[in-house]
Design a protein around this ligand. Sequence first.
Ligand code: ADP
Ligand code: MG
Length: 884
Amino acid sequence: MAKKAKVTPMMEQYLAIKKDYPDAFLFYRLGDFYEMFYDDAVKGSQILELTLTQRNKNAQDPVPMCGVPHHAAANYIDILVEKGYKVALCEQVEDPKQAKGMVKREVVQLITPGTMLNRKGQETKENNFLIGIHAGQGEYGLAAVDLVTGELQVTYLNDFAAVLQEIVSFRSKEVVVDESISEVELADLSKLPILISKQVAQEAIAEVSYITQNLNFDVEIQAVQHLLMYLTVTQKRTLSHLQKACHYQATQFLKIDNSSKRNLEITQNIKTNKKAGTLLWLLDETKTAMGSRMLKQWLERPLLQKEAIQQRQQMVQVFLDHYFERSTLQSELKYVYDLERLAGKVSLGTLNGRDLIQLKTSLEHIPQIRYVIEQLNTGEFNELLAKLDPVQEVVDLISQAIVEEPPLSITEGGVIQPGYHPELDQYLDAMANGKKWLAELEAKERAATGINKLKIGFNRVFGYYIEVSKGNLAKLPEDRYQRKQTLTNAERFITPELKEKENLILGAKNKAIELEYQLFVQIREQIKQEIQRLQQLAQTIAQLDVLQSFAQVSEDNHFVCPEFNDQQNLNITAGWHPVVEKVIGRQKYVPNDVVMKQEQTILLITGPNMSGKSTYMRQLALTVMMAQIGCFVPAQKAELPVFDQIFTRIGAADDLISGESTFMVEMKEANYALSHASANSLILFDEIGRGTATYDGMALAQAIMEYLSTNVKAKTLFSTHYHELTALEDELPGLSNIHVGAVEENGTLVFLHKMQPGPADRSYGIHVAQLAGMPNSLLHRANEILTILENQDQTTELLTQPKDVNLAEVQTPVAEHEDEVNHDVIKEDLGQLELFVPEEVTTTKNLSKQEEQVLKAIQEADFMQMQLFDIVKLAIAWQEELKK
Ligand code: ADP
Ligand code: MG
C-alpha cells in the first residue's frame, strides 16, 4: 500500500468540509480567492477555462488547484449552476487576525439550479421552480417552489408519467427526491434534462405546519416537507417569504401535454425556443413582471369551469368598455416593480436600499390603482379591490427611514434618512458640521476667556486642541482646560466639550456606517412582518395586469368574446390564426369558419400543400386555449364547448433529444391521444401516417379515424394527403370532408386559403414543386409521368402488367394523385383480378410460405372495405410473387 501522504491542516479542513458536499463544487475561501481542489479543480478549470495549478508542488502527490477572485465569483458560480451543477460556497467565518490556528470556515450557501436567485436580473419574467416529489401508495405528491417569489404549488398525481409531464410543464431545472422514489422511477427521471438532488435528512422545520396548512393529502405534505428541508440545508437562512402551499389539481385545468404545447408554440417558438412568434408573445401586453409570470401560468393551465372563465371574460369586457381607466391603469402599473421578488429579497436578506425605494414607489401607486378600479364602478372587481392593500405602514416606514437615492451597498452608509434616528443624526451632523462646530466653539472660547488669539487646531498625534500663547495663559479658567502639549511659545489644551466634538467627528463616520446597517436590518425585519400582505397584493396586481392585457390585445386585434355551450357545438365564424395573422398582416389573411355540430366528430381536411391546412387546425387549438384562459378569441363570432383536453400530432419535427424516429414519435403521440381523449376533448391530427410507406400510412390513418369516430368521439380535425380517405364520409357517421380551395391561373397555382365543404379535387403536388422553384425540365417530366400514371389508372394495366412500372417509383406519385383514379372502374375490375388467379394456385399445395401468405391475404381481403391502393398493392405484390 502506498504510504499515505501527509495532509496539511488546511487540506484536512478542506477535506472535512468537502465530505459533506460530494456532489457540489466546493468554493473554498482563501484570502481574496475561492479555491477549488482535486477533482473539483480539474473539472472546474475545464468548464470555467481557468488555469490549473498545484498546491504543494514539491510534495509526493501535489494537489490540483484552481481559483477565482472573490469579487468575480458570482459570474463563475452562475456559469456552473446554469450548466446544472451545484456550488457550495465556503467562507471564513472568523476574523483571520483573531483566529487561533486554522481560520474557521463553513459552507454558508449551497447554490443549485433550482435555488438560484439572481440570474443577472433579466429572468424576472420567468419563474424558477424547484420541485420536490414523494411517492405514496400508488400516488405521488409534487411540490413546486419558486424561491424568489415564494410561490409554492402542490398537487398529487396517480402515475409517474404524469409526474414527469408536470415536471416538464414547470420547466424545472432541479428535482429533489426522497427514498420513496424507486430506482426505476429515478431512471425515468434521469432522462429529463434536470438535476436530480437527493433530500438531505434534517430536523423538521418550524414553518412546515404553517405552510402546509391548506393541504389535505399526505403525499403532498411529505413532498413539501422534504422540499423545505432541502431549502433550509442549501440556503441556510430564513424562508419566511414562502407562501402557504396552494393545492391544485391538474384535472381542474384544460390538459394539454407538453409536446402539444410545443407544437402549438404556446410559450416557446419551436425553432428558436424564444418567446417571439408564440401565443404568449401575442397576448403579453402586461406591464409588470408579476403579470407576465401569471399570464404564463394561466396559459399553462386554462380553466374548465365555465363560470370561472366567464368571470374573467366579464372583467376583460369592463376594461374594454373603459378605455380611459384602462390606460390610466396601464400607466400606473408601469411604476409597480416586482413585489414578489422584492418580498423574497426581504426574507432572504438580499435586499438593498434601492430595493426599498422600488418597494415604496410601487406601493405609492396602489392608491391610484385602487381609485381607477373603483371608478369602473362594477361589481366584477369587488374581490380584487378588497385585496388591493397599499400596505401603508411599509410606505411610511420607508419614507421616514430611507433616503430617496440610496447607494447599492448597505454597508457603506448613506442609506438612512436624516431625522429617522437621533443618534445617527448626531453622527451625520458631526460629519457634515464638524468645521462649523469648531469655529463656533472657538468663538465661544474666545469670548469666555477674552483671548482673541485663542485658536482650535488639529494634529494627527494629539487630535483636536485649543492653542493659547504663553502670554495669555493666565486668562484661562483652571477647571475646564486640560494641558495636552507644550510648545516653545504656546500651550495646547483640550476641554471636555472639545473632546466630545472630537469623538463625534472622528468616530462619526464609522459609527454612522455601523448604526445605519443595524437600522437597515431592523427595517428589513419590520417589513418582513408584512410579507404576506405584499404577496397578496402582488397576486392581485398580477391578475389586474393580465386582464387589462387581455382587453388590450383583444381590442388591438379585434377579438370577440366567445360563448360557451354544453351541447358540444363548435361554431366559429370567420376565425383566424392570431399569430400567423399578426406576422403576415391582416390584409393578407383569409379568415375561415370552423363548424362542427354536436354529432359531428371528424373534419377531414384535404387540400394542396401550403394551402393552410395546418394553420387552420392550429387556429382552432389556439382559439380554444385563449377562450379557456378568459381571453377573447380571433373570430367574428365564436361558440364553443368547454374542452377538457387538447391533443395534437402536428408537423414532423424530429424528437432528437429522446432519439426516436419521427414515425415512432408520431405513433406514440397518436396513441397517447387515442387512449387519453374523451368526448370533450379536441384532437388535431395533421397528416398522420406520413412518416411511413404509403399503404401503411393510409391504412393507419383510416383505422385511426374509424376508432375515433366509434370509440373516442372527441372533436377531431384530421388533415391528410391521402385523398382516398375522403370516401370515408359515406361510411363514418360524424365525418365530413372539407378542403382548402385553390385555383389554377395560367398554369400556376393560386391558393385561396379558404376552407370549403367537400373533398379537394386533386393534390397539386407538381404545382407546389413549381412554386418551390424546381427546374422547368423536371416539372415537365413530372407532368409526363403523371399523365402516364393517370392513364394507367384508368385501366387495369397496372394490375396486369406490374413489370412495366417499378413499384418503388410508383408509390409516391401515385399517392399524390390517387384522386384522379375512378374508384368505380377499379371496383368493377376486381372481378378480373380474381379471374387472374391461376387454377393451380388456388389450393395451397406446393406454395412457398410467402406465396401462401399472399394468397391468403387475397382470399381474406374484403375488397369493398379496402381502399384502392391496398388492393393495387396486393395485386402487384401477388404478381411479383407469381413471376418468381
Ligand atoms: P398546409 O398545412 O396545407 O401545407 P400551412 O397551414 O402550413 O399549409 O400554410 C402554409 C402557409 O400559408 C402558411 O405559412 C401561411 O403563411 C399561409 N396561410 C395559411 N393559412 C392562411 C390563411 N387563412 N390566409 C392567408 N395565408 C395563410
Ligand atoms: Mg401542413
